[in-house]
Write a protein that binds this ligand. Structure first.
Ligand code: SOE
Length: 386
């Protein structure tokens, strides 16, 4: 039944680059697809360059533009502050917004350090008592296939976990002449492939398994240590990892393997995972995001094997609102679903997921990975051949 009495929910977004464009798409579309208890209104977008932010507002459908995030947070027509800036400004903006009684959506990773993430999680806890909601933007949870995989795990179709195997591979840093942008600077991004891509796969491993990682062992590398500065001319030092590999142990004792890199030539946005349990296995590939691969190990062995589930049925998560079966969704829809889930949490007063506490927990894993990679503590050299 359509919910007729809709109040509006004013959204203010800080940042308007790649993630800002993706979030705008989510906010613009969500009320036209889902039957929502509140109607999101794109009130204002914020960025430091007046002309550029005005152009972004027009392009992405925002009614107004601000050049200081404090003015955005203070606006009476903004009830949700959506943070799409580099990690070094997440904590300051999120905490100020929560203290002003605004709901917050913050891009991943939650922060650049555990200390910042802790401060954000406590601000979110305090705000929660006043009915304010804070959510982290781990958008890949919102592919219908991932949400359905989680449902299958909850239904016991995988059984006790044995293995989690996840890689997230991109190739935009293969060229050594690619400029030294903020994502390659520790002071702005916190870390490299680890925070950018590793945060997603840590979140997915924990979300899908319903367990947390209790320990990790890592190696990391920066293959290209100097890159041209964006303005041209001289070169600067890369202060983050290009790639990281780590193993981990889940609370149940299951073993996990992770790889995150922006140096895998030919891999554009390849996120692949496989879960193996006592009763079955599930596999997913973001480049085929409308599919899941499932093996039911309880079936007679002669006819068992991996089979493809096409995740486009109205019974699958989020899909009741979209197209008829077989009409596939894409990357951008994860941001529509994220907006839907946040609006529902705000309207119903329910706990958001993933919460800032979840974001803090991922941050702790990232910090443990960095510590392990720096110490090389458990790195055992293989003796050279005589
Ligand atoms: C860049 O590597 C990036 O935009 C990530 O920051 C996003 O989180 C990921 O979804 C796509 O790639």
């Amino acid at each position: 039944m359509a919910r007729t009495e809709q109040t509006t929910l004013g959204i203010g977004m800080v940042g308007y680059a790649f993630m800002g464009a993706a979030h705008s798409q989510g906010w613009r579309t969500v009320g036209r697809v889902f039957d929502l208890p509140m109607r999101p209104v794109l009130a204002a977008v914020c960025g430091r360059d007046r002309a550029a932010v005005r152009a972004a507002a027009d392009k992405h459908g925002w009614a107004d533009a601000e050049t200081d995030w404090r003015d955005l947070v203070a606006r009476d027509d903004v009830q949700v502050v959506d943070i799409c800036t580099p990690g070094d400004s997440h904590a300051e903006i999120a905490i100020a917004a929560l203290e002003a009684g605004k709901h917050v959506l913050c891009e991943k990773p939650l922060a650049n350090s555990v200390e910042e993430a802790e401060a954000m999680a406590s601000a979110a806890r305090r705000a929660r008592e006043q009915g304010v909601v804070a959510m982290v933007g781990f958008n890949y949870r919102r592919t219908p296939a991932m949400a359905f995989a989680r449902r299958m795990v909850e239904e016991g179709r995988i059984g006790a976990f044995r293995h989690v195997r996840i890689s997230y591979l991109q190739d935009w840093l293969v060229d050594p002449e690619f400029p030294l942008t903020w994502r390659l600077e520790r002071e702005h991004a916190g870390s490299g492939a680890l925070g950018d891509l590793g945060a997603h796969i840590v979140d997915l491993a924990q979300y899908l398994s319903g367990e947390t990682l209790v320990g990790v062992s890592a190696i990391a590398e920066t293959f290209v240590r100097e890159r041209p500065l964006p303005g041209g001319g001289s070169r600067g030092t890369v202060t983050v990892d290009d790639a990281v590999l780590f193993t981990g142990r889940l609370a149940s004792g299951a073993l996990a393997f992770f790889e995150a890199t922006r140096m895998a030539a030919g891999r554009k946005n390849s996120l692949r995972l496989e879960l193996n349990g006592e009763r079955g296995s599930l596999a997913f590939d973001l480049e085929r995001l409308n599919e899941l691969s499932f093996h039911d190990h309880t079936e007679p062995v002669a006819s068992a094997g991996f089979r493809r589930i096409l995740v486009t049925e109205p019974d699958h998560p989020y899909l009741e609102a979209w197209w008829p079966p077989g009409h596939a969704l894409g990357y951008e829809h994860t941001f529509v679903h994220q907006a839907r889930d946040l609006v529902e949490a705000i309207a119903t007063g329910s706990d958001p997921s993933p919460s800032f506490a979840d974001g803090l927990q991922v941050q702790r894993v990232l910090a443990a990975v960095e510590e392990s990679a720096e110490k090389n503590a458990v790195y055992t050299p293989v003796p050279a051949q005589e």
